[in-house]
Design a protein around this ligand. Structure first.
Ligand SMILES: *[C@@H]1O[C@H](CO)[C@@H](O)[C@H](O)[C@H]1NC(C)=O
Ligand SMILES: *[C@@H]1O[C@H](CO)[C@@H](O)[C@H](O)[C@H]1NC(C)=O
Length: 384
């Protein structure tokens, strides 16, 4: 809420003062905040990307090629509520359900990328996993038809011939056109906000080189991963108070398209629990900015503990909440009304959410060891 008033000075000069609610204090009756208090700075594009892209042009792979190279398979699991639930490959030789090295976090799909819902005619999920110490991120390409998948690595070009791992927690992801948006919450190198990656420059690495990053002789490696996705640019938080970039989802039902971001906080944390929305420019696949600054178009204190994901569509917001080893909750909210808790809606440890307008379904994933699922639900299953 904004309170505006004018002061008349010497009968002629008008000074208008605007007292917006403190963006960093949620202990007020009115919960709406001014989006203009939530700002991100758009940083310059990576200077090495275009040079490397020309150098590695003959290694460029399409999304379809990555999907066709899938070397692992999901298994279908009979859970009651979701209309589908899949587990990661878990065999004696290879176990993505139990690995503690990598933990699944962010989720997006081809339905985010393009309004038609497919990319190169394919339907796929992308899932981000953080390394146990947040020093690297892998992104899994999952074919929704074959249920097969392949992991790739996010990289940041740091010189003409080399790149390094991306040290973030990657709690949320959104695919927009050929860009992949990853939230930077842990501030692995001091920054917080978004990192944007280039899905039109997926590069094929040579086989082997399990401990090598970048060029070695005439070969290129990325710790043994077959494909890498390079960073294009980043957006860094530009306010003196903190905002936790815990998760992100694309909303194609707003005009313009927008990204919804929210904050995870444990129950006894004193920090705020907010959601904020930033508008996108579909012609550039960038945030809408003014003088290099992207201001949120909306921000709200939602005051829900342990938010792990949020997605909005057609004016409604859907929020996942984790409850330790117990089932997760789904809060459904129409701003202006009270949020409704669909208690125990998710299996334990729900994370990022993502919408599919083709079918009015939404996707979720869970991170708990041996209970890691990719889940699909119908919007009509949610009590709003
Ligand atoms: C990784 O990042 C998350 C999210 O910011 C944080 O809660 C966690 O403590 C980090 N873990 C390590 C080992 O730094
Ligand atoms: C916001 O960005 C401006 C322009 O780059 C910079 O001078 C300023 O230090 C930034 N403020 C914060 C709090 O990051």
């Amino acid at each position: 809420m904004k309170v505006c008033f004018s002061i008349v000075l010497h009968g002629a000069v008008y000074i208008t003062a605007t007292f917006a609610a403190d963006p960093n204090n949620c202990n007020t009756a009115n919960k709406e905040r001014s989006g203009s208090d939530f700002t991100l700075k758009e940083n310059a594009d990576n200077t090495y990307l275009s040079g490397l892209a020309s150098k590695l042009a003959n290694r460029r792979a399409t999304v379809s090629q990555v999907l066709d190279s899938a070397n692992h398979a999901l298994t279908s699991e009979p859970l009651t509520r979701p209309i589908s639930a899949y587990m990661w490959e878990h065999t004696a030789d290879f176990n993505d359900e139990a690995t503690e090295k990598w933990v699944p976090q962010g989720l997006t799909s081809t339905a985010d990328s393009l309004a038609v819902g497919t990319v190169e005619g394919r339907s796929a999920w992308l899932v981000s996993w953080h390394l146990e110490d947040n020093t690297s991120v892998r992104v899994t390409f999952v074919d929704q038809e074959s249920k097969k998948y392949r992991h790739a690595l996010l990289v940041n070009p740091v010189a003409g011939d080399t790149f390094k791992a991306v040290p973030v927690h990657a709690g949320g992801m959104a695919w927009y056109g050929n860009t992949l948006w990853v939230v930077d919450s842990s501030g692995g190198d001091g920054a917080v906000g978004f990192r944007v990656f280039d899905l039109s420059n997926i590069w094929t690495m040579d086989s082997g080189g399990d401990t090598v990053m970048g060029k070695s002789g005439s070969s290129y490696y990325a710790m043994g991963y077959k494909y890498v996705i390079p960073q294009i640019r980043s957006y860094t938080w530009n306010r003196s108070f903190n905002f936790q970039f815990s998760f992100v989802a694309l909303d194609r039902s707003t005009t313009p398209d927008s990204l919804l971001v929210g904050e995870y906080q444990v129950a006894d944390a004193t920090a705020p629990r907010r959601l904020a929305r930033w508008d996108l420019d579909y012609t550039t696949r960038k945030l809408k900015t003014s003088a290099g600054i992207a201001s949120a178009s909306w921000a709200y204190c939602v005051d829900i503990d342990r938010m792990q994901g949020a997605v909005s569509n057609a004016g409604k917001v859907y929020i996942s909440r984790s409850n330790g080893d117990s089932n997760g909750d789904l809060w459904a909210w129409t701003p202006g009304n009270a949020a409704k808790n669909n208690a125990g809606f998710f299996p334990p440890s729900p994370e990022d959410l993502s919408w599919d307008t083709r079918t009015d379904t939404f996707y979720g994933l869970t991170e708990a060891k041996n209970k890691r699922y990719i889940l699909t639900y119908k919007k009509s299953q949610v009590s709003v």
